[in-house]
Design a protein around this ligand. Sequence first.
Ligand SMILES: [Zn+2]
Ligand SMILES: [Zn+2]
Length: 328
Amino acid sequence: MDQLHQDTITELRKHIGDASILTLRCPLDHGKHDATPHDDATLGSLCALPTELRHLVFSFLDIRSLLVFRRVSKLAMSLVNAMTEYHKVVTNTPDALRMAIAIRVHHQYTISELFDALCTRKCADCGTLTQYLDVFRLRRVCLSLNGFCQGLRPSVQVSAEHRRFRILRPIMEQIYGNVDAALDRLPTFTPIPGRYSAERRFGHGGVGFHDNLTTSFLCFDPNGVPQFEAALSVHTATTFRTTAELNGIMRKSMSLVIAPWLDSKNMGSASGVQCSICAHTYDIKRKSCQARTDTKEGWEEIMNLKICELWPEEGLAEHMRDAHGAEL
Ligand SMILES: [Zn+2]
Ligand SMILES: [Zn+2]
């Protein structure tokens, strides 16, 4: 089972950003944090409260404020470290916290909200089991498209220096008038700088959709923007639908981490496993599609492949038996 878990993580990693960059950018301070806080700082009137009430107070703080408070003193640090939800997140899935800090969204929710999202197991759009967490929108999502997962429209990039902004700017102006003021109000994130590519998902067989992002990029969530769909369809009526969807997957992957399923009742976590036979079949199909990515049909076929289908550990044997007549 360990090998299966390892293979599954390896497969899941192929479709999102490099986790080592995340570790490098946000090392967190665990293990060596004792040196930073001041020993003599006190917590003021918070000291008067019993632990449970203190934790209740902390649970209302957004994560950025909680981490700022945590650095005040050794006492503050130990109090935050002792919060069950903080402890479970940091122990089981530090990457979720790292990503929230790295893309600058950790002021948008509390540690309890992050924890609750980590306790879910299914794609919020299509209901399939998934190990990806969208740290921007705080929901589980899969990276399938079309027939498998229609989903919400992925975040959209805006940046003054970006070519695609030439299309977006008039749309946003049409809707809001003052674009910069609107962007201040909309939920946004700044992706980790680097090269993002849809090829990551499809292998290197076809047309490449990629973007080189810098820190000046901003992505916003267009799902709550009134008339965005209508305005976009007017502006992009002539573009190839699949191109838009490919760019969509690429953007969707920018704010994802692989995170195990947490449990509200205990310290443990669980994760899904791939069926090796299904994964092998997918690989063969993908290779055959890659040869045809110069055609619209080829792209559509590749987009319809279900990737990284997960099974709960206890359900895999049954799937193997039912679907393939094989024993685990
Ligand atoms: Zn889905
Ligand atoms: Zn299978």
